[in-house]
Each structure stands twice: as structure tokens, then as C-alpha cells.
Design a binder for this molecule. Sequence first.
Ligand code: FES
Length: 162
Amino acid sequence: MEVSDDQRICDVEDVPGAGTFLFTYRDGFDTGEALLVRFGGGAPSSDAEAGGTALGDEDTGIGCWKNYCQHWTDVRLDKGSGARVRDGELWCNKHAATFRLDDGVCTHGPCEGAVLDEVEVTVHDGGVYLTDDRYEFDSTGPDGDRDLSTGSPGGRIDFTGS
Ligand code: FES
């Protein structure tokens, strides 16, 4: 697959084994956050290095999911310092839903059976590239346009105090 420098998110080595790598993408005039995860212990294979491999390939060990829970979609999984990852699963700290790193399926919690929203990335020549036709890479880290007063992109008003 052809990739260009402006699609490059980070080096493969930047994606932690027990955490997440947060980045911001552009969707037309909007922006959103996604996170990279490493699964299966995988460093990229030589094939992936040579030709590039799309999301979910066991050889790359890199997956990419939009940064929100499937229970309450205004709750971010990575609040800027890395989401909790343990035993091959990504945790939502709000109500402890767990999502498999490799396919995004919720295995436990209030949204069991739901699947995280996928963003396509490609591993190529030691780098991770955003190759989802819907989006353009913006920057690493959290979305600068996010409303920090609510702590979430959607700004849900919560009357429960939780
Ligand atoms: S908001 Fe994530 S488990 Fe409830």
C-alpha cells in the first residue's frame, strides 16, 4: 500500500504494550480522537515492514479504535495519559467494561457484545500510518478542540453526579 508522510502517526515502537497511544484525526471540519493499541505481543513482521498491512493483521499487532466507550459514547477511554490495558483487554474506567485489543469486542460490562469503532491503520517501514479513507491525520495527543470543561467531546450533562 502507498502511504505518505502526512499520514504517519508514529513509530511502531511508540505504541506501548500496556497502554494506548492517543492521536487526533480530522473528519472534514471536525476532529476526533483515536487510540493505537498493541496486541499479541507483536512487533511487525518483515512482510508487514515490506508491504504494509492493514488493521487487525496478527503480524502487525497494532490496532486502532476510536477513543470512546460503547456504553456511554461521550466517555473517553484514554483521557490523555493512556488507557488502562491489562491481559489483552482495554478497560473503561467509568463502569469497568473491557474490550479485546485485537477485535474491539466488549467481553464484560454494561455494553457486553458491542464493538469499538474501528479506524484503519497500516504498518509500514517501522511506522504506523492512518490509511482510513474517511480521515486525515491531525496530531498526536488529545484533540485540542475538545471542550475541557466537560472532560468529554460530546459534553453530556450528567445529573447523577457520577
Ligand atoms: S461508560 Fe464505559 S463502561 Fe460505562
